[in-house]
Design a protein around this ligand. Structure first.
Ligand code: A3P
Length: 315
């Protein structure tokens, strides 16, 4: 994971090497570009996609900052868009990690090829991205395609991120000191961060254009999964006709079920070397209480209040 994050040739790196750089959590070199932090391969893929991606009106784009519960929505969107007559045995989640069902623009498509041919993809095309709103290709912003944004409380997002990165470190290297990780998160340094700027940009556009961006939160999803899944299905133009259809999709995409499937217990993402199981952990609201001191929690709460003040967003 660490090495594949860094593999790019020096000529491809040339336009970016002058950018401000930070070593993130002892492993990644992050480069600050137009206000946000990226690894080099992600930055190259982001600029390639800005130059070449042409959105279609029926595309669906799942956007999020990392570790906000995106995997849940990666499972839900294809399940909602799929034919409702599929039996449990035909459910694609049985044999595919959710990452496979909705391809990442910057981790897969524009990483493998800077000018991919997407004309063969079946409509409606489903994509996902972690890039901030400002860095999206203009054609995503200006077409009628829909964006689903997933957000989560900063404290649980940070703790989930810390666990995730620890699973990618060797036994000798882990855990990365949480105090150090916390400092850089508070300073806004994280992959695709600053976290607050990421969330706030999408939040503001979702208020201006509610038919363009659906803003979901992990906490609301946990509190009322059925209600939120119906909301998502309506936004995607695929409302449910029967309650049992909603129940089925909620169950198929539940953490308990996905975690128990062989396809998610074994194997790795071929494009970034992350073990499939690393995407499924506890999935609770308030897990931060086990890891953050009172002082850390109140510091992050204070930063949160300052950042979201006046925006109408609350965590
Ligand atoms: P925790 O680390 O708090 O357990 P992402 O999907 O954006 O990488 O975020 C990962 C977080 O989402 C992890 O949170 C993971 O357990 C949780 N998650 C993954 N799949 C889920 C699902 N189907 N339902 C609820 N939470 C899920």
């Amino acid at each position: 994971f660490f090495s594949t994050f860094q593999t790019t040739s020096s000529s491809e790196n040339a336009p970016f090497v002058h950018l401000p750089r930070e070593k993130w959590w002892g492993a990644f070199d992050l480069y600050q570009w137009e206000g946000f932090w990226y690894t080099l391969p992600r930055l190259q893929a982001t600029t390639a996609m800005q130059n070449h991606f042409k959105s279609l009106d029926d595309d669906v784009i799942l956007a999020s900052s990392i570790k906000t519960g995106t995997t849940w929505i990666k499972a839900l969107i294809p399940s909602i868009m799929a034919d409702r007559i599929l039996t449990d045995e035909q459910d694609p989640l049985l044999t595919n990690h959710p990452n496979v069902l909705i391809a990442s623009l910057e981790f897969k498509i524009y990483r493998e090829n800077t000018t991919p041919n997407l004309s063969e993809m079946q409509s409606p095309r489903l994509f996902r991205t972690h890039v901030p709103y400002r860095a999206l290709p203009e054609s995503i912003k200006n077409s009628k395609c829909r964006i689903v944004y997933m957000s989560r409380s900063p404290k649980d997002t940070f703790v989930s991120m810390w666990h995730f990165v620890n699973t990618l470190r060797s036994d000798e290297e882990r855990p990365f000191p949480i105090e150090e990780a916390f400092e850089s998160f508070c300073d806004g340094v994280s992959a695709f961060g600053p976290f607050f700027d990421h969330v706030l940009e999408y939040w503001k556009v979702s208020l201006e254009k509610p038919n363009k961006i659906l803003f979901l939160t992990y906490e609301e999803m946990k509190h009322d999964p059925k209600g939120q899944v119906k909301r998502l299905a309506e936004f995607l133009g695929r409302p449910f006709e029967k309650e049992e259809e909603v129940d089925k999709v909620v169950w198929r995409c539940s953490l308990e079920r996905l975690k128990s499937l062989d396809v998610n217990k074994e194997g790795m993402d071929p494009w970034d070397g992350v073990p499939h199981r690393a995407y499924f952990r506890r999935g609770t609201v308030g897990d931060w209480k086990k890891h953050l001191t009172d002082e850390m929690a109140s510091r992050l709460d204070k930063i949160t209040r300052m950042k979201v003040e006046g925006s109408g967003l609350s965590f």
